[in-house]
Ligand binder design. Structure first.
Ligand code: URA
Length: 243
């Protein structure tokens, strides 16, 4: 890879800015000052440094976000703010995208990455990655609903859902529940409750596969996945090597 591209990809500025830094002899490759922006480097083998600080090369970024309501799970939109708008330049230059969608009014765990292969694995119906949601329901949620979800319910378009595990936390005129499903149909949780005659009034995703929402993240905040979280995710795709 060209040296100016590597530095620019790692957030050290535009290609033009990077070339200016290089002209000043501030970049070294394996200890030698390099001024030629076209010089090829192997990010796996060559040691690149800026004013003595090692430049760590990484291809992929993996972010956990606590998605706030009112923001779209998309990379761009001409009207609404998107989850990518909430990131800083340091993250945005990796061009991450949300893995799956949460509705505009849904909160909670959202993974953003530029690792297409991992995203594909997480979303693949074949993998059936479980996702747990917390919801507040307008209506009394009953053991019959738990049983119905376990059998699978029929959505408004005739689709039969796979079994969902419903845990009733509190059942009253308004109820609180946790629901674990292994699919990701459009508005699935809301439509599953509609199928049993109830309305979701608040929805928050708590988990996705091995990832659990970090409760230290306030609405709209994000952080990189820890090494352990990343290892857990990579297990979903055994052919996947961390890049
Ligand atoms: N199910 C829904 O209805 N909405 C979401 O955002 C996620 C799952």
């Amino acid at each position: 890879m060209r040296l100016d591209k590597l530095l620019s990809n790692m957030g050290y500025g535009s290609r033009k800015e990077v070339r200016q830094i290089m002209k000043k002899g501030m970049i070294r490759v394996n200890g030698e000052a390099v001024k030629d922006p076209a010089q090829h480097v192997d990010p796996e083998k060559d040691a690149v440094s800026l004013l003595g600080e090692e430049v760590i090369y990484k291809k992929h970024i993996y972010l956990m976000m606590h998605k706030p309501p009112g923001v779209l799970s998309a990379t761009e939109d001409h009207r609404d703010r998107t989850v990518v708008d909430l990131l800083g330049n340091d993250e945005r230059h990796f061009e991450p995208f949300p893995v799956g969608r949460l509705d505009k009014d849904t909160e909670g765990l959202l993974l953003l990455t530029n690792d297409g292969q991992l995203a594909h694995s997480l979303l693949s119906p074949k993998k059936g990655v479980p996702k747990t949601y917390f919801a507040k329901i307008d209506g009394r949620v009953t053991d019959e609903d738990t049983e119905a979800f376990l059998q699978g319910v029929t959505l408004d378009d005739g689709y039969e859902t796979k079994p969902g595990i419903l845990k009733i936390i509190h059942s009253d005129e308004f109820s609180e529940i946790e629901l674990t499903i292994t699919e990701g149909k459009f508005h699935q949780v809301k439509r599953m409750f509609e199928a049993v005659g109830k309305t979701v009034v608040y929805l928050k995703r708590l988990t996705m596969g091995p990832l659990e929402l970090d409760e230290n993240l306030k609405l709209g905040e994000f952080r990189e996945l820890t090494e352990e979280e990343l290892q857990q995710l990579m297990k979903l795709d055994s052919s996947k090597q961390k890049g």
